[in-house]
Design a protein around this ligand. Structure first.
Ligand code: AMP
Length: 188
């Protein structure tokens, strides 16, 4: 059973790589960003609340995220096959919640993979993605805010997982296939 947590700044290629690896391992790719974007599209109560934060590049309050994760990790595919978590946890409080939740539901994770790309490359990549995908949070101001939020709130997680000895850093500033190859070598 493979269970992985992916870290990486917006634009690092984390979502794409998580998707590819999840398919090759035959496990669910659980992206909180994707779940939230679906909720926004369906205009659910959560989606309406989430949109206000997402459009500004801010994180949602943990209270809106934690039940969603608990529910998703309790679904049969995640219980039976494992998972790749992409976009969660995003801060130390969420990481602590995840550890408690997993203990409670009898799961654990194998590795935390940090896909690293230099800051100046990230902005260029995100602006490029904006022209292709038309995501409302891919305007330059919001991109810059998302990168600041990542530095302030999510980067401290690398220390959290480094201390546990399960962090692996991967250079994401390479051809997509090279990064995938490196990731597969870590997992297999
Ligand atoms: P992502 O696609 O992972 O970059 O997520 C897009 C947006 O969804 C983020 O900028 C946040 O507003 C929100 N979001 C996704 N995951 C989380 C999370 N774990 N905690 C809080 N907000 C989140």
């Amino acid at each position: 059973m493979t269970r992985l947590i992916f870290l990486g700044a917006p634009g690092a290629g984390k979502g794409t790589q998580a998707q590819i690896l999840a398919e090759s391992c035959g496990i669910p790719h659980i992206s909180t960003g994707d779940i939230l974007r679906a909720q926004v599209k369906e205009q659910t109560e959560l989606g309406i609340k989430a949109k206000a934060y997402m459009d500004k590049g801010e994180l949602l309050p943990d209270s809106l995220i934690l039940d969603m994760i608990r529910a998703r990790l309790s679904q049969a595919d995640a219980v039976n096959a494992g998972w790749i978590l992409d976009g969660f946890p995003r801060n130390v409080a969420q990481a602590e919640f995840l550890d408690r939740l997993l203990t409670e539901i009898g799961q654990s994770y194998d590795l935390v993979i940090d896909i690293h790309v230099p800051q100046d490359r990230l902005v260029a990549r995100l602006l490029n993605r904006a022209t292709i995908q038309n995501r409302p949070d891919d305007t330059e101001d919001v991109i810059r805010r998302r990168l600041v939020v990542y530095d302030e709130q999510t980067v401290p997680l690398t220390d959290y997982y480094q201390h546990k000895g399960i962090l692996r850093s991967v250079d994401g500033d390479r051809e997509l296939a090279e990064v995938t190859h490196h990731l597969e070598s870590l997992v297999n």
